[in-house]
Design a protein around this ligand. Structure first.
Ligand code: VG1
Ligand code: CO
Length: 543
């Protein structure tokens, strides 16, 4: 096998964001673009020589071609073995599991997650470390540094492999093993949940609708929900992965998963609905006529996880990202377990999970997971909900009402202002930062600022510190507004405004969330001077 060392130059902007490098697909397809980034990953981890990696993606446009390039580069860099999902498909949690199960040196996951796919849409690549989780900042920083210094990359002259053929092939001296994308993940799920109880729930007439959003979870959901658990055929909708996700955004929220929402809010709604995103690491949970915010879902799962065999011994702790509501903190307090507040992005949960300090983790963006892998896991969350429903035999609405009657309700909503010119967004954040010292005590409409800060995180396990992780403003009313710029977009900047208002256990839990949040929302808009700085007042997406 001939190995070519190709001269190259650093490419600007290859800085990994919240979850890997995301760019327009056409940019990723430019000669050398993917190659530079992959070589930078190998260089940053001390080379690929003798190593084993898992490779797979969410099936979006350019997935298979990118995998063929990665195979040739891994071979040229001396890797020993690659483990690939059949057809190039692996959900992010399934990839995380394979990395751990096979004790590999990490994995390359091709996905831009909830971003749309296609030649004119988005593509992405992230590196996961041997614990199965996203590379921590020390490694993503090293990768970025490599992208700025790179002078050459290595690629082998080799034929494309047949990504559909299960079993072993080779590229030069490197072994490539193509595995069933679903099999090991399916076994893992069986080991965590009471499949018999869930099967009986379906036998009793319980109906589910799972929306795979034309993305990677289709095959997983067909296998587990319909085949293993006996949900009737047709319970999984949009279950065939497509390169452009049927032309939609595979983002499991009420806006993008409106087809499912319409069904769940309709007259003959099933008992339970769920959706997952492009790469299968997120989930949306809906009961009949009842949307469950991801923050509430984390809290309910924390309170009830002991009902599933995998968590019957109780939880060590629960971790949530800073913008996620405080609902899970209240449960942690009652259970007398540790709780943690981390920056946005799953990479910050890895150390807590490895150290055995957190068992469940969650984010307001519909990511929930546990120590079974080192990624968030959409189908896992659905199965934990089903396990709980199978034991409690109550509706989702009843479970929520009961939860709020004990802990109170954290009304919650995220407002996204998309595609703001980057400079305007930076001015807004700088303005906020500068205003922080003077905010406490000031009143904006119905809300008076109690305290505020810019969130920094000190990792309690390794002591590393991450700064500038979002601006938090707490109000005397018990409300909170958080301001942060997205790190996953590919066009302009997205301002995320996270709104929260606590209603005590004996309060009114049935208000419209947007109405319950209006005081905090209006105060937040004034505080950040949004209208003046950007000309915007209405969010593009409310979730
Ligand atoms: C978003 C979410 C964040 C999530 C990240 C990756 O990041 O807010 O909670 O971890 O996407 O998820 P940002 O920086 O755009 O707010 V996924 O499913 O895209 O891997
Ligand atoms: Co995702």
């Amino acid at each position: 096998m001939n190995i070519n060392t190709v001269s190259t130059q650093p490419i600007d902007g290859q800085k990994p964001g919240t979850s890997g490098l995301r760019k327009k697909t056409r940019i990723f397809m430019e000669p050398g673009y993917l190659e530079n980034f992959v070589q930078s990953i190998f260089n940053a981890i001390g080379g690929a020589e003798g190593k084993t990696f898992v490779v797979g993606g969410d099936g979006r446009f350019f997935n298979a071609q990118a995998i063929q390039i990665i195979i040739k580069m891994a071979a040229a860099n001396g890797a020993k073995r690659l483990i690939l999902g059949q057809g190039g498909l692996l959900s992010t949690p399934a990839a995380s599991h394979l990395i751990r199960l096979n004790k590999t040196d990490g994995g390359l996951i091709l996905s831009a997650s909830h971003n749309p796919g296609g030649i004119d849409e988005d593509f992405g690549l992230k590196f996961n470390v041997p614990n199965g989780g996203p590379a921590p900042e020390s490694i993503t920083d090293a990768i970025f540094q490599q992208t700025k210094e790179l002078t050459s990359y290595k690629v082998a002259d080799a034929d494309d492999l047949d990504l559909d053929a299960l079993g072993q092939q080779s590229a030069g001296d490197m072994t490539v093993e193509i595995v069933d994308s679903v099999a090991d993940y399916r076994k893992l799920m069986k080991s965590l949940f009471n499949f018999d109880a869930i099967r009986q729930l379906f036998e009793s007439g319980f109906r589910i609708r799972f929306d795979a959003m034309h993305a990677v979870t289709g095959p997983y959901a067909h296998a587990i929900l319909e085949k293993d658990l006996g949900a009737p055929d047709g319970s999984v909708m949009n279950g065939v992965p497509s390169e452009n996700f049927g032309g939609g955004h595979p983002d499991p929220n009420p806006v993008w998963a409106h087809e499912l929402m319409d069904i769940m809010m309709g007259d003959d709604a099933p008992d339970f609905g769920a959706a997952s995103d492009g790469d299968g690491d997120r989930n949306m949970i809906v009961g009949r006529g009842t949307y469950v915010t991801p923050s509430d879902s984390l809290a309910v799962l924390t309170a009830n996880a002991f009902l599933a065999p995998g968590y019957a011994k109780g939880l060590a702790g629960v971790a949530r990202s800073m913008p996620t509501s405080a609902a899970s903190d209240r449960v942690a307090e009652k259970l007398e377990i540790e709780c943690f507040e981390t920056p946005t992005g799953w990479k910050f949960f890895g150390n807590l999970l490895d150290a055995g300090r957190a068992t469940l983790c969650g984010e307001e963006s519909a990511g929930t997971g546990s120590n079974h892998v080192r990624e968030k896991d959409g189908l896992w969350a659905v199965l934990l909900w089903l396990n709980i429903l199978a034991v409690r035999r109550e509706s989702v609405a009843e479970i929520l009402a009961h939860h709020w009657s004990i802990y109170g309700r954290d009304y919650y909503s995220r407002h996204d202002f998309e595609n703001i010119p980057t400079e305007q967004a930076n001015t807004l954040m700088t303005g906020l930062r500068d205003a922080l010292p003077d905010l406490p005590g000031q009143t904006f409409g119905s809300e008076t600022v109690a305290s505020c800060d810019e969130f920094s995180y000190s990792d309690p396990v390794d002591g590393s510190v991450s700064h500038n992780q979002g601006i938090r403003v707490y109000f005397e009313s018990g409300g909170r507004a958080v301001f942060r710029l997205s790190g996953t977009g590919t066009q302009g900047a997205t301002l995320r405004l996270y709104l929260e208002q606590f209603e005590p256990a004996d309060g009114d839990h049935l208000k419209d969330p947007q109405e319950a949040l209006v005081g905090v929302q209006q105060a937040a808009l004034v505080i950040c001077d949004l209208q003046n700085l950007t000309g915007r007042s209405e969010p593009d997406v409310k979730t």
